[in-house]
Design a protein around this ligand. Structure first.
Ligand code: SAJ
Length: 409
């Protein structure tokens, strides 16, 4: 058996490597020649703990090979991005391009699985694109059961930083366009998934993924809103949450500088765009979380007004603790806004990256933690990296601190 994984990014590459590590031939497909070349040298173009080791061994044993042109396989797993475009509408163009790319090599008996986070109905759209490119094959559209090609939707739920463990241990929701499609997909996942594979229809599986991330977004919004209300009421939100969470049925998440990453800040919009009138809470949660970086900036400006030539140490740029991923990071957004508003001299500390992102070059200086602390008037904690948690609370007494993650509270 051969499995083709289309899209070798944060999800596709680890999935391809894990399947290959189970002794199955895997053909990885990506439009980026750079990604393909890097992988074929046994190296990785993305950062994820231990991924380099698994990819190197999969390539060395000849089980994993990458290419820019799709080849015939028994099953295709599509893991391409689904960004949102104008007005928060989902952009399915990568899925469409992937469908058009694999359609010519599809053969009777093949299974196609979509893993990309998608709005409800995307699996049917994918199938329609495949069907229009291959009128000689039958597809599971309009309830047809016995078809040449099987199609299923199976979202991933892995947490960045723990991808290799979670790919294996998490339960999977497997949504088939038909029952037979779901069963075929389960047999594929059983090769490497130790968790349960729960079958349903494709639409429910698509919605399950969106709902999981929206649930988290709404709950983080609750915490973020509380943190602002508590500022008004002069209550320590961290103490408040610790106390409230001692109730047996209360579990408030942690406020922060905003919500980043490519999933939680994006997926709820897919629900909103599918039913804007009724998705009220979900939309408001997005707005609350997107508003938090602005609130933090205003707080820094107020603090900075107390100094003639304020020096602000900004601790952390990543979108969450102990990772190097700066994309969609509220911390980056906050430092950008501070630079734009000329709030003062900005010293940035980010132990997990070598260079400032392009948007901050020339506007802020990247320095070591100790340098930042010896010069700063204001310390703005943006990410709860372990290096920052190690700073003793007493050390912070001499500064005006704005601790968005509550590590020194
Ligand atoms: N955050 C807070 N307060 C919290 C928890 C998180 O402010 O109490 C912030 C983080 O700092 C970060 C953002 O939210 O900026 C998202 O971080 P996260 O750790 O909640 O989630 P991600 O984006 O790394 O991964 C999520 C996970 N989804 C859920 O937990 C429901 C993961 O399982 C998904 O696979 C992933 O999205 C995805 O790919 O969809």
């Amino acid at each position: 058996k051969t499995i083709s994984v289309v899209g070798l990014g944060y999800i596709g590459l680890p999935t391809a490597a894990i399947i290959a590590s189970r002794g199955i031939d895997v053909i990885g497909v990506d439009i980026s020649q750079h990604a393909v070349d890097t992988i074929n040298q046994g190296k990785v173009h993305i950062v994820e703990p231990d991924l380099d080791i698994v990819v190197r061994s999969a390539v060395q044993t000849g089980k994993l090979r990458a290419t820019t042109t799709p080849e015939a396989a028994d099953a295709f797993i599509i893991a391409v991005p689904t960004p949102f475009g104008e007005n928060h509408q989902p952009d399915l163009s990568y899925i469409e391009a992937a469908a058009k790319a694999i359609a010519p090599v599809l053969e009777k008996g093949n299974l196609v699985i979509l893993e990309s986070t998608s709005p409800v109905g995307a699996t049917e759209k994918l199938t329609a694109w495949l069907a229009s490119a291959r009128p000689d094959l039958t597809f599971p559209l309009n309830g047809s059961e016995d078809t040449d090609i099987s199609v299923a939707y199976c979202p991933e739920r892995v947490l960045p930083g723990y991808v290799l463990q979670e790919l294996v241990s998490n339960d999977r929701v497997v949504g088939g366009l038909t029952e037979k499609c779901a069963q075929k997909a389960v047999s594929l996942y059983k090769v490497f998934v130790k968790g349960d594979c729960l079958t349903t229809n494709a639409k429910t599986a698509e919605m399950a993924k969106l709902v999981e991330n929206s649930f988290r977004d709404v709950n983080i919004a609750f915490a973020n809103e509380l943190s602002i209300i508590c500022d008004t009421l002069k209550i320590n939100v961290w103490e408040l949450i610790t106390l409230a969470n001692r109730h047996p049925r209360v579990n408030i998440l942690r406020p922060g500088p905003g919500v980043g990453g490519h999933c939680i800040a994006v997926d709820p919009w897919f629900i909103v765009s599918s039913d804007p009138e009724n998705a009220r809470l979900i939309k408001t949660a997005r707005e609350v979380n997107d508003g938090k970086p602005h609130y933090v900036v205003d707080k820094v400006i107020k603090a900075a007004n107390r100094f003639k030539a304020p020096i602000v140490a900004c601790l952390g740029l990543a979108f969450k603790a102990d990772i190097d991923d700066l994309r969609e990071s509220p911390a980056v957004e906050i430092v950008e806004m501070l630079a734009e508003k000329n709030v003062g001299q900005l010293l940035v500390v980010e132990p997990n990256v070598d260079e400032l992102p392009a948007s901050l070059k020339g506007k802020a200086n990247k320095v070591e933690l100790q340098d930042a602390l010896s010069h700063a008037d204001i310390v703005l904690l943006l990410v709860d990296h372990k290096e920052f948690k190690q700073i003793a609370t007493e050390r912070m007494l001499g500064f005006v601190t704005i601790d968005t993650r509550g590590i020194w509270e």
